[in-house]
Design a protein around this ligand. Structure first.
Ligand code: AMP
Length: 186
């Protein structure tokens, strides 16, 4: 199973990704997590990504694409994966299609979790109190939401056209949402 999990910041992508990776026995690749690890290890990529991440802006497409091209070639990706937080722009989606074709991988679905924006901001502000994430402040959260709707929402059309899109209500009980997603994929 090869999946993309999309949705605005705070919709619970990380939580659902955890449940789905267990259910489908695939690895979970979160570009946010990978970038945060690069950042704390102070690698060249981490240093280049830092200013964008701190401002709630997207890291440039070419950095993401070369990072993911390397990652998807690794052995643990051969049986399937769940992409969380990637692609986030049309050029990233086109790049991913190209990379997967080169690797002989087929995408099964792009799951889009949707939810009310005000509800999401409230949740993220709460998460910021315990997450220690420097980008979970109200100002940066609003910026991340804005970017999602501008750069990432057009991806819904991209995956609709390729018949891969599955839209799932992201509000409610965690396990119930997981079941909704599994139902949409079966
Ligand atoms: P996330 O944990 O997915 O919310 O990502 C945190 C931050 O990492 C984002 O606000 C971006 O700065 C950066 N980031 C993660 N994934 C991507 C991506 N696919 N394209 C560009 N920037 C990204």
């Amino acid at each position: 199973m090869r999946l993309i999990l999309m949705g605005p910041p705070g919709v619970g992508k990380g939580t659902q990704a955890n449940n789905l990776k267990i259910h489908y026995n695939i690895i979970h690749l979160s570009t946010g997590d990978i970038l945060r690890a690069e950042l704390s290890a102070k690698t060249e990529l981490g240093n280049r990504a830092k200013k964008y991440m701190d401002a709630g802006e997207l890291v440039p497409d070419e950095l993401l694409l070369s990072m993911m091209e390397n990652r998807l070639q690794q052995d643990d990706c051969s049986d399937g994966y769940l992409l969380d937080g990637f692609p986030r722009t049309i050029p990233q989606a086109e790049g991913l299609t190209r990379i997967m074709k080169k690797l002989g991988h087929k995408m099964d679905a792009a799951v889009s979790l949707f939810a009310d924006e005000d509800e999401l901001i409230t949740r993220l502000v709460l998460r910021g109190k315990t997450s220690g994430r420097s980008d979970d402040t109200e100002e940066v959260i609003k910026q991340r939401q804005k970017i999602y709707w501008k750069a990432t929402a057009p991806l819904l059309d991209y995956y609709k056209e390729t018949k891969l899109l599955k839209e799932v209500d992201g509000l409610g009980d965690i396990d119930e949402i997981t079941q909704r997603i599994i139902g949409a994929l079966s």
